[in-house]
Design a protein around this ligand. Structure first.
Ligand code: ADP
Length: 196
């Protein structure tokens, strides 16, 4: 069974955690653009050097860079049986690009999951993550910038996906296991292959 999914949600909603768990359940890779940037920054690659000034400030890396990176990743053999994209698309131009990448490969998305949570819960979780993980972009300024960009550019994309009948909204508040079960049940309701 193939499942091609996008997972969206504001910073702190638990996207990365849930994407990894869901990927394991479905037997598909979770592809996080943020993780790919962080790995490149750590490795000192050309892509990492380019991305770092943007990620540190909480700005989006330019579409020309991000789109090429995603196109390359989605051309790899391990995504043939499906994938979960975490952190992409994040703006309207990236939605268009993802449509083109998938059309070129003759495939389509099965669902777009939106994980929701209130801003006060998000801020609390992000403050805890900043202490635990020490991510360079978990400064108060960068967190505020990312949440603003999410609200302005990313959240509106859910409307477009809802119009296509692809949107599955899941409440991200609660214990990690509880949210995973909710997610799997919601995908099953939406008839996404292989969710249960
Ligand atoms: P968060 O969801 O907490 O912002 P991510 O790990 O998803 O964390 O992303 C970290 C950073 O990587 C972003 O702030 C941005 O600079 C960059 N990035 C990730 N995905 C994209 C994307 N689709 N387009 C542009 N930049 C991106």
């Amino acid at each position: 069974m193939t499942a091609r999914l996008v997972i969206m949600g504001p910073q702190g909603a638990g996207k990365g955690t849930q994407a990894a768990r869901l990927a394991e359940r479905l037997g598909v890779p979770a592809i996080s653009t943020g993780d790919i940037f962080r790995a490149n920054i750590k490795g000192g690659t050309e892509l990492g050097v380019l991305a770092q000034s943007y990620t540190a400030r909480g700005d989006l890396v330019p579409d020309s860079v991000t789109n090429d990176m995603v196109r390359d990743r989605l051309a790899q053999g391990d995504v043939e049986g499906g994938f979960i994209l975490d952190g992409y698309p994040r703006n309207a131009a990236q939605v268009t690009e993802l449509d083109a990448i998938l059309a070129d490969r003759g495939v389509a998305l099965d669902a777009v999951v939106e994980l929701t949570a209130d801003r006060d819960v998000l801020l609390e979780r992000l403050a805890r993550r900043a202490e635990l993980e020490g991510r360079e972009d978990d400064t108060p300024e960068s967190i505020a910038r990312r949440l603003d960009i999410y609200a302005e550019q990313t959240a509106p994309l859910t409307t477009a996906y809802a119009e296509r009948g692809l949107l599955v909204r899941v409440d991200g508040i609660g214990a990690i296991d509880e949210v995973t079960e909710r997610l799997v049940a919601a995908l099953d309701d939406a008839s996404v292959p292989g969710a249960v």
